[in-house]
Design a binder for this molecule. Structure first.
Ligand code: NAI
Length: 696
């Protein structure tokens, strides 16, 4: 088949001829998103082809490895501009000749909606397909909820759209979305087949009502959606396809799409989408090359060290895990087995994979294994003497140029770096528990950390599929510094009259996976106790101090691991409110002469979001975080802050900084020294500005 020269090229869309077949190619790097120019180009192409009687079939193709990604998300922050995607899709369906989608690479969102309007879908084995709109808080807006169930049935469509699943070609073929997979030369195959393919407009087909499996799919989608309105709307739209004419369904879908895209959840999710990409952009790293990441090590195989080693092995990296002695190395190995067993039991890992992952990790007490590693992550006890000792030994053992990282939660990175003769090679890599699950990686730069060491940390985050957030050195960095203030104010609330159960319930109603007191019980009250003791020396006498957690620790209530903390835990591991805690609280209030008052859930939520944002403002002003959106990411990916609220800084901006300032003035009255409104918050509130717009 000879290829005629390109006949027409309208911006990112070109039309070429292969004999009687017209091949439309979308070229809009980097991801082939459907920008306004792409929609206009496609519409022009379909309209002129409709008038061209020499064309016997049409093939739609993208760039190699990229069919068509979804909408251009940048365009979603302003009013939709014509032509709209439904017009483009309607123009495809209106063609009299057969249209084939030749899918190589990703066909996502609007890209798949274009493919669904074709009469046939062919793909390469590596193609990926999905209607992922709900991940951005919207529903498909160009027929996806109406056409997909006509191919897959209602239950499968509910799962695919409701959960925003991405299928690989083989799965998409099985579920009926693809007609065939082409092992070689997709485009030639599509052009050869296209003229003989029968017209098959999905809009003309009916949908069979599903059986019991529909109820199961709905229950699963709603449970996973955690209150995301888009998921529930998608379910409604898909369910209705069984008894709604196509055109009416299409109209309802478009209305839902337009309404949801302006909703607070979609805006928060778009904010996070951009924040996640922005976070890896760190000033001063242009042209800086990362160091190699071939051979890694972790020191300390406790809770964190074992989790970090597993996370590295999960990313396909070989790891040496160093413990204090052979017995401790054996315990670390047992911990790793346990960790993988839990993943298998939870259905998150295939049993066959466990051995492969474990093979990548060598636990030992022999430091000589560290001589040629590229990067080592220290995760020993949170004790500056122990850490500086480890870094002194690392300085003697590691090869020149090796990156020396610490997983410290609070300690001074510069003091740790000073134990070596190479502080430029030292960096903080702060993982979150469980390290093989939590997405956040807080990358902490010390005063001397070299730019290529920061670049290496970012490369490691990418390799591990972690969300990096870059911080500067300072007590608690970004996350734990703000978290400490959040915890302190939660404790003021309970001393003033709320119960831990009420505070947790308010946070969970706001969307947190777990309330702060339940979280404390899970991580162990001794960790925060050690931090409070460390701070005793520098705490202002004018700062209000709540000693209830100290009393719990003194009573041996260290949380879940001791069977009791803020809650009591039964043999089944379930938490329940404990009258003993209520008694302790009552006694503490009585000693301070506090008359308890009631707090509504909204008061609790507002107070705690406000104090997080206020400390976040200080973190920004001190140069610890580069931008407000990095703080949002830290809380969403490391501390269970609800994605649908966009993070504490975003949430504060939505509430309005003048309201937040008034709330902080009340919080200051409750907390005393250390709870003053941040200067940056006062400035922004006065100017009616937002954290999102703030630049250093
Ligand atoms: P852990 O007590 O569970 O584990 C520490 C491990 O280090 C122990 O297995 C111990 O045998 C080993 N170790 C101690 N000294 C050593 C040495 N000189 N050489 C080799 N191994 C040595 O402690 P965890 O919770 O894993 O914490 C480790 C670090 O991670 C701390 O700096 C902590 O602040 C930080 N971190 C902890 C988080 C948590 O949720 N537990 C979260 C984020 C950071």
């Amino acid at each position: 088949m000879s290829e005629a020269p390109t006949r027409e090229r309208t911006g990112p869309v070109s039309v070429a001829r292969r004999g009687d077949v017209a091949v439309i190619t979308v070229t809009n790097p980097p991801v082939n998103a459907i920008s306004r120019a792409v929609r206009a180009g496609l519409l022009d192409a379909f309209r002129s082809l409709a008038a061209d009687s020499s064309v016997t079939a049409v093939v739609i193709s993208g760039r190699p490895g990229r069919f068509i990604a979804g909408a251009d998300i940048r365009e979603m922050n302003s009013a939709p501009e014509p032509p709209h995607l439904p017009e483009v899709v309607a123009a495809i369906e209106a063609l009299d000749v057969p249209v084939v989608a030749a899918i190589d690479g990703a066909a996502l969102g609007g890209g798949l909606e274009i493919a669904l309007a074709c009469d046939c879908r062919l793909a390469t084995p590596s193609a990926t397909l999905g209607l992922t709109e709900t991940r951005l808080g919207i529903v498909p807006g160009a027929g996806g909820t109406q056409r997909l169930p006509r191919l897959t049935g209602i239950a499968a469509a509910i799962r695919l759209i409701g959960e925003g699943k991405i299928l690989i070609a083989r799965e998409a073929l099985k579920s009926g979305i693809l007609d065939d997979i082409m092992e070689t030369d997709l485009l030639s195959a599509a052009c050869a087949l296209a003229p003989s393919i029968a017209k098959r407009r999905l809009s003309a087909m009916g949908v069979a009502p599903g059986g019991d499996e529909v109820d199961a799919a709905i229950a699963e989608v709603i449970r996973r959606a955690k209150g995301l309105p888009a998921a529930a709307r998608a379910v409604e739209l898909i369910q209705a396809t069984a008894d709604t004419p196509f055109a009416a369904g299409l109209g309802r879908e478009r209305a839902a799409f337009l309404e949801l895209r302006e909703g607070p959840e979609a805006k928060a999710l778009r904010h996070l989408f951009f924040a996640e990409r922005e976070a890896a952009k760190v000033p001063g790293l242009d042209g800086v090359t990362a160091r190699p990441l071939g051979n890694l090590a972790v020191i300390g195989g406790g809770t964190m060290g074992a989790g970090i080693a597993a996370a590295l092995a999960d990313a396909g990296l070989p790891v040496t895990l160093i413990e204090r002695d052979a017995d401790a190395a054996a315990s670390a190995t047992a911990r790793l087995h346990g960790l993988y067993e839990r993943q298998v039991a939870g259905g998150r890992l295939a049993r066959a994979e466990v051995e492969t992952r474990l093979m990548r990790i060598t636990a030992s007490a022999d430091w000589s294994a560290l001589a040629d590693v590229d990067l080592v992550i220290e995760a020993v006890f949170e004790d500056i003497a122990v850490k500086t000792d480890v870094f002194r030994r690392l300085d003697e053992t590691a090869r020149p140029g090796a990156v020396l990282a610490t997983n410290t939660s609070y300690l001074d990175l510069d003091a740790i770096a000073a134990a070596t003769c190479r502080p430029g090679d030292v960096i903080g890599l702060h993982f979150f528990a469980p390290a093989n699950v939590m997405k956040l990686l807080e990358i902490v730069r010390g005063a001397a950390t070299a730019p290529d060491v920061v670049a290496t940390a970012l490369a490691l985050a990418r390799r591990m599929g972690k969300q990096p957030v870059v911080a500067h050195n300072g007590d608690g960095f970004i996350g734990n510094r703000i978290f400490a203030v959040y915890r302190r104010h939660a404790e003021y609330l309970i001393e003033d009259g709320a119960s831990p159960v009420e505070v947790d319930a308010a946070l969970e109603a706001y969307g947190f996976a777990m309330g702060i007191f339940a979280v404390s019980d899970l991580s162990g009250l001794d960790i925060a106790l050690a931090m409070r003791r460390r701070r005793d020396a520098t705490r202002s006498p004018d700062e209000r101090y709540v000693d209830i957690a100290d009393r719990l620790c003194a009573a041996g209530r260290l949380g879940r691991k001791t069977g009791a903390g803020w809650y009591a835990y039964g043999a089944d591991g379930r938490k329940r409110p404990d009258p003993a805690v209520a008694d302790m609280l009552a006694a503490a209030r009585a000693e301070k002469g506090i008359t308890p008052r009631r707090f509504t859930a909204q008061e609790i939520q507002r107070r705690l979001v406000a104090v997080m944002a206020n400390e976040g403002a200080r973190v920004l002003a001190d140069g610890i975080a580069l931008r407000a959106s990095d703080i949002d990411l830290a809380f969403v990916h490391g501390y269970g802050f609800p994605r649908l609220k966009g993070g504490p800084m975003w949430a504060a901006d939505r509430i309005g900084l003048a309201t937040i300032l008034a709330e902080i003035e009340a919080a200051h009255r409750a907390g005393g020294a250390g709870s003053e409104p941040a200067k940056l918050l006062i400035d922004l509130a006065r100017r009616n500005a937002t954290f999102s717009d703030w630049r250093p």
